[in-house]
Design a protein around this ligand. Structure first.
Ligand SMILES: C[S@@+](CC[C@H](N)C(=O)[O-])C[C@H]1O[C@@H](n2cnc3c(N)ncnc32)[C@H](O)[C@@H]1O
Length: 438
């Protein structure tokens, strides 16, 4: 059925939300204040919500801006409906306000942490709302010989000719690698590209049906064909990564601040995609943690994004990570410093440290954890049993963040600060940082 709506807000999943009688409708490509006509499926009996499609923008709202990309917005054309951005039509301050709201709402709803019951700091914006990505995952449109994103909620490729999220270097690499993959007769199922402004070169990870000797020879040809590509990681589903050339890039830890040093990365190893916002994230986490002179436990250290700056302030860092190649990069950057690396599961190792220290002992003066989307179930009691007096939790998923903060509160911690950070402008994603104290 076709209904008129006034869009009241941006929902945590990214769609605009409006009400029609008893029905709450979620409509993509809409902005707060928009008046629209939307098609929604007839609501099932008793259902109070529906997901609709935008039919017409009857009057633009106060938060709406002109989207600068030809691929953004609804439409049947293979040039349109790119799934890469959600909010290119929403002014950046309105995006930030929506992200702040959605993080605190998750803490209230899932974490049972009422607003006002913990100190909330303003959201930290990304230094650039556009062209901020130094790495991204693509699909290879074999027919067109291009690296592309899919259309929103589909597996159809967009005929991607520009992207306003990619840094200029990464976008140029994307343009070069797509046709070169086709020329090298490589058909990856997925491609991750990474660009280093510091190196002026990039690297790629290719997920392939198989990695055989002829495939490796064709990968070498790809490297010859794209001089700005420094190296490749080739991987078959479930197989071990194999390298060609040198896929290890070096980045400035904080863009524009050479004194912060450099960090190694590889396209198959987790790294924050937005390097400018990452520098702010690291700064925020360390300011909250105040690790000076402490023995610090760092869980989920990855390639050492927080470990390097932590080691400069802390007395010692014990850094835990489960992924071998990430630890190799961290060790290459930080070996010889006051850091001990531990390979293994964060929770299991935190519990083992607690058993080693014995009841009542205090082995660490502070902890920092930065788990993947699934969060760190069980971490509250583990930190308490370790006697950790304060911890900073960095999260990319508000739901698991809220769940784990609740468990930390039940284990005796108090939430002493929450700071949202915007690592992904033009999308609904929001990072949360919390300080826990006991
Ligand atoms: C969000 S990333 C953060 C990495 C790093 N702190 C950074 O800022 O780049 C999460 C990291 O946790 C690691 N990880 C995932 N599950 C883990 C586990 N059970 N134990 C330890 N590390 C884990 C991943 O390999 C990944 O490096």
């Amino acid at each position: 059925m076709r209904i008129p709506l006034t869009i009241e807000a941006l929902a945590p999943g990214g769609e605009g939300v409006g009400r029609h009688g008893e029905l709450t409708a979620f409509v993509p490509w809409t902005a707060p204040g928009d008046r629209v006509l939307a098609d929604v499926p007839p609501p099932r009996p008793g259902a109070a919500t529906a997901h609709g499609a935008l039919v017409e923008l009857t009057a633009p709202g106060e938060a709406r801006v002109a989207a600068p990309c030809r691929h953004f917005g609804p439409g049947p054309s293979p040039d349109a409906a790119c799934g890469g951005c959600e909010w290119l039509h929403v002014a950046y301050p309105a995006q930030l306000a929506a992200k702040e709201r959605s993080l605190h709402e998750a803490l209230r709803r899932i974490g049972k942490l009422e607003p006002g019951s913990y100190p909330a700091r303003p959201i930290v914006p990304s230094p650039s709302p556009l062209r901020y990505r130094a790495r991204a995952k693509f699909h290879h449109d074999r027919a067109a010989g291009r690296l592309v994103f899919f259309r929103r909620r589909s597996h159809e490729p967009v005929r991607l000719r520009e992207c306003h999220l990619l840094s200029p270097g990464l976008d140029a690499l994307r343009e070069a690698v797509g046709p070169a993959l086709a020329a090298a007769r490589l058909s990856p199922r997925e491609v991750a590209l990474e660009w280093s402004d510091a190196a002026g070169r990039g690297a790629a990870w290719l997920l392939l049906p198989e990695v055989t000797a002829p495939v490796r020879a064709r990968a070498e040809a790809l490297l010859r064909d794209v001089p700005s590509l420094q190296g490749l990681v080739l991987q078959a589903e479930g197989g071990q990564p194999v390298t060609a050339g040198d896929p290890v890039l070096r980045h400035a830890r904080a863009p524009g601040r050479p004194e912060a040093g450099t960090q190694r990365s590889r396209p198959d190893v987790f790294q924050q995609a937005n390097r400018g916002a990452n520098a702010r994230l690291v700064e925020t986490a360390l300011e909250l943690l105040a690790p000076a002179g402490e023995d610090v436990l760092e869980l989920h250290c990855g390639a050492g994004n927080f470990t390097g700056p932590l080691s400069e302030q802390a007395r010692s860092v014990s850094a835990v990570e489960v992924q071998g190649p990430a630890l190799d990069l961290a060790r290459a950057d930080l070996g010889g410093r006051n850091v001990r690396f531990f390979a293994g599961d964060a929770l299991a190792l935190a519990r083992a440290f607690g058993r080693e220290a014995g009841p009542g002992a205090r082995r660490f003066g502070a902890a920092l954890l930065d788990p993947p989307r699934e969060g760190a179930r069980g971490i509250g009691p583990a930190l308490r049993d370790l006697g950790v007096p304060r911890a900073v939790y960095v999260s990319c998923d508000p739901a698991t963040f809220a769940r784990d903060l609740r468990a930390c509160v039940e284990a005796g911690y108090r939430v002493a600060a929450v700071v949202p950070v915007d690592m992904f402008p033009q999308t609904h994603h929001v990072e949360g940082v919390a300080l826990l104290e006991r």
